[in-house]
Design a protein around this ligand. Structure first.
Ligand SMILES: Cc1ncc(COP(=O)(O)O)c(C=O)c1O
Length: 418
């Protein structure tokens, strides 16, 4: 069968496709591998109880269930939920936004497809623009969303070595090349895969650069504040008319209900809503219905601060302590300072095999991680060794799984460096 150029891209190897396949296979294989690879959030009992109770209310209130499942929302998304979100952001952060500044999408992954292709690709006059990722490594899910080739330009980071086998990536502003071929700047904060939180100072410099160039700054806040707020450092949330802020209900606990949230100036929201109407008619209604009360009451912020964030922070600390203990002192392992999200990013300087081979060996051993080389969209041409020396390890799973998985990783690494 002959596929179009567009189709061929999806028929070949795609990092995120492989990752999602591994995730799916892991769930059905026997014995199941230890899943330290995916980005699935944890099942936090308190959060799930809230949604169970809300679902019961929907089921028991006359006609509500039928309304939720039986009607399309508008392409912009459930009006009551959009209104409640606007109130929440006004109250929490004092931002001057209204419902006209918010659109829902079927997961924030969908929003990136729309946004990236809105600001990059072919423009009038035939010239092309790219999305600038100012701090690689960056989220694997961006890599194939561009409809044109050479869609991203990414920047090598500065590496700051810290005590206790930690390090932190910083934006290398000297390397950041700004010109008319950049259509937007985008970064995730906290960052998937590294758990980095781009500092307030870096954000304000990126904001200045974007403003000077007259292009939007897209901030992927999938793990950020006010929900799910999986951030272990101080980070000021920002929004203005030149910022496009993307959020999601996934990491709060509703990944299967595919609810993404875009906050942007009205003109952008209108186009995103139109795009949703073309791609999928409307965003799903169940996520907004389940989360409406939590957003209206502000509970979503409290639960994020008091339950979700400490849940993950504790898991991060435990995983870091175990890694330090089990790797032994002579292994050249450094961990990116865990500042948020669900991942540890491990760097093995001088790794004698590639991170992809390490992934294969670990898979044979029964533990799934993600090879770091996937996380450098826009840096395909860069032969930086570092790209093949890192792996991403998720600590969101049950304690026993994480513990056993880390032990197996340490065992294999000790062999590799023996
Ligand atoms: C940084 C980042 N952005 C966006 C997404 C997309 O999430 P969703 O489409 O579930 O909202 C993810 C999912 O893992 C992510 O890690």
């Amino acid at each position: 069968m002959k596929f179009s150029d567009f189709g061929k891209r999806f028929a070949g190897e795609i990092g995120i496709g492989e990752l999602m396949d591994d995730l799916g296979d892991a769930l059905v294989s026997d014995p199941a591998p230890l899943m330290l690879g995916g980005g699935n959030p944890a099942h936090i009992a308190e959060v799930q109880a809230l949604f169970r109770s809300r679902m019961k209310d929907i089921l028991s209130s006359a006609g509500e269930f039928e309304r939720v499942i039986g009607n399309y929302d508008t392409p912009q998304g459930a009006k009551a939920f959009v209104g409640a979100l606007a109130d929440l952001f006004r109250d929490e952060f004092g931002w001057s936004i209204g419902p006209e500044n918010i659109a829902l999408t079927n997961g924030s992954q969908n929003a990136f497809f729309s946004l990236f292709n809105l600001f990059a690709g072919k423009f009038e006059g035939g010239h092309s623009k790219q999305i600038l990722l100012p701090l690689a490594p960056e989220y694997i899910g961006y890599s194939e969303v561009g409809l044109e080739p050479n869609f991203f330009q990414a920047n090598r980071p500065e590496i700051e070595l810290l005590d206790d086998r930690l390090f932190k990536y910083r934006v290398d502003f000297d390397r950041l090349k700004m010109n008319d071929s950049i259509g937007a700047i985008c970064f995730s904060r906290p960052t998937n895969p590294t758990g980095n939180v781009v500092t307030d100072d870096e954000v304000s410099r990126l904001r200045e650069i974007a403003n000077a160039q007259g292009i939007p700054l897209i901030i992927d806040n999938a793990y950020g504040t006010p929900f799910p707020n999986i951030i272990y450092t101080e980070a000021q949330p920002v929004w203005d008319e030149n910022i496009v802020l993307c959020l999601s209900l996934s990491k709060f606990g509703l990944p299967s209900l595919r609810t993404g949230i875009v906050i942007a100036r009205e003109e952008i929201i209108q186009v995103i809503s139109r795009m949703t109407s073309v791609f999928s008619l409307a965003p799903g209604s169940l996520g907004p219905a389940l989360a409406l009360d939590l957003v209206k009451s502000g509970e979503i912020t409290r639960v994020s601060n008091e339950t979700v964030k400490p849940f993950y922070e504790e898991k991060a600390n435990r995983a870091v302590a175990q890694l330090r203990r089990e790797m032994g002192d002579h292994i050249p392992m450094r961990i990116h300072k865990p500042e948020g999200a669900l991942f540890l990013w491990l760097w093995f300087e001088g790794l004698p095999i590639s991170s992809q081979e390490l992934y294969q060996r670990l898979k044979k051993k029964g533990v799934l991680v993600v090879s770091g080389h996937y996380f450098f969209p826009g840096m395909e041409e860069d032969n930086w060794d570092h790209k093949n020396q890192c792996i991403r390890v998720t600590y969101a799973q049950d304690e026993a799984v994480v513990k056993q998985g880390i032990s197996l990783i340490a065992e294999e690494i000790r062999k590799v460096f023996a």
